[in-house]
Design a protein around this ligand. Structure first.
Ligand SMILES: Nc1nc2c(ncn2[C@@H]2O[C@H](COP(=O)(O)OP(=O)(O)OP(=O)(O)O)[C@@H](O)[C@H]2O)c(=O)[nH]1
Ligand SMILES: [Mg+2]
Length: 377
């Protein structure tokens, strides 16, 4: 048997019998018995925090624990879901004290630069600012996160600022839930101003509109040309329009664009009862108009609080969200049911062969769904 201290016994077989150590000075060391061996350094395992530790961490302003809690909220793993919900329940009494601002606009309008300009100034005033991005379009745009962080260079270095990129992937409902809950965590931490940038096109506008108090549309000059179409739709849900890049040669054009927007706004119903949506100009480069925009937001906030509309808007939004989540779940439950899947395939086949009317096909599907529901009862 091997003697751990006598290396000679481990001489490989190719060393001639009786050869001295001088001739063949090499030896083979014994392997380590993994079961018996005590590792010198403990294997690194990330600490698992309890909901209580995370809740206390957040309300005691521990940024590391805030990030950890957000990671749990953003996780798609079922084991994190319950923990996440426990955290939310615990921090709920500390939420709701911030001004929630959504910022939308076409790609390149200058949303991130405006957030950088505004956020840095607010931080200088001692305010605590959290910046979130919401991108429900897909995981493809993950790259924009990096861009945003570099575009928000000053802000990302400010001690009272917190920047969190969009949760990626998953369903629209999933991204909405994660973003809303992240916002609540930031509020419980003590961020007084939450700026939410919509990233990507499509559904991000309505998603963000449904989670903020004030919705700002950052616009570019040349408004007159393309006021039709989707822009008008967004104008209808905005509380202010901000023509950015009003600097240098562009300043005059920005003023013209502002007037054009004002014209259109006169014809639209304001997004918020008791508030008149107006157009403004600013330059995120020179800073002109940036804090003036903030004063407008503060004025809006005061009006909303004083009139009781803020509380109502937030409760409405939460209820809308509850309905949305339930609907999404019910939809999945119904359309993933094997009988319904089969009936759906059959309906499609009949439709493709012109053998059934749309109404009949829908009726058959409804009958199948109702039969399945009766089974559950
Ligand atoms: N002249 C001028 N340029 C600006 C101003 N604000 C932003 N820009 C420039 O406009 C470009 C787009 O700005 P971003 O802030 O990245 O725009 P964004 O809306 O966040 O874009 P996406 O996130 O890609 O949708 C950048 O090259 C900025 O430097 C401004 O006030 N004046
Ligand atoms: Mg951006």
């Amino acid at each position: 048997m091997a003697d751990e201290n006598n290396y000679d016994v481990y001489k490989p077989e190719w060393i001639p019998e009786g050869a001295s150590n001088e001739q063949y000075p090499g030896f083979v060391m014994t392997g380590v018995d993994a079961k018996k061996a005590k590792p010198k350094a403990p294997i690194y395992k990330p600490k698992k925090y309890t909901a209580e530790e995370l809740i206390n961490g957040i309300i005691n302003h521990d940024r590391m624990l805030l990030s950890k809690a957000i990671t749990i909220i953003e996780s798609n793993a079922p084991k994190h879901f319950e923990l996440g919900q426990e955290i939310i329940k615990g921090i709920l009494p500390y939420t709701g004290k911030s001004i929630r601002v959504g910022i939308t606009g076409v790609p390149g309008a200058g949303k991130s630069t405006f957030i950088e300009a505004l956020g840095s100034r607010l931080c200088q005033q001692g305010k605590k600012v959290a910046v979130l991005a919401v991108d429900p379009s897909s995981s493809i745009t993950k790259g924009s996160i990096l861009g945003d962080k570099t575009r928000m260079e000053t802000l990302s270095k400010a001690a009272n600022a917190f920047i969190r990129p969009s949760p990626s992937g998953g369903t629209l409902g999933g991204v909405t839930r994660k973003s809303r809950e992240t916002m609540l965590l930031c509020e419980a931490f003590g961020y007084e101003i939450i700026l939410v940038e919509t990233v990507g096109v499509g559904q991000s506008e309505t998603t963000v509109r449904s989670m903020v108090d004030f919705f700002l549309m950052v616009a570019l000059t040349g408004a007159g040309d393309d006021l039709q179409g989707i822009k008008k739709g967004i104008m209808e849900i905005a509380d202010a329009i901000l023509v950015n890049k009003a600097d240098g040669d562009n300043k005059q054009r920005a003023l013209v664009a502002r007037a054009d927007y004002e014209q259109v706004l006169h014809m639209l119903r304001p997004a918020t009862e008791g508030w008149t949506t107006k157009a403004y100009t600013c330059s995120s480069y020179t800073g002109e108009g940036v804090m003036e925009m903030w004063s407008v937001i503060e004025e809006f906030n005061k009006m909303m609080v004083d009139s009781g509309r803020l509380d109502k808007r937030r409760k409405d939004q939460t209820m809308e969200w509850v309905t949305h989540m339930t609907e999404e779940h019910v939809h999945n439950l119904v359309f993933n049911n094997p009988q319904v899947v089969e009936a759906m395939a059959k309906a499609e086949d009949l439709i493709r062969h012109d053998q059934i009317s749309a109404t009949m096909a829908a009726q058959n599907l409804i009958d199948t769904i109702e039969a399945e529901l009766r089974k559950v009862q």
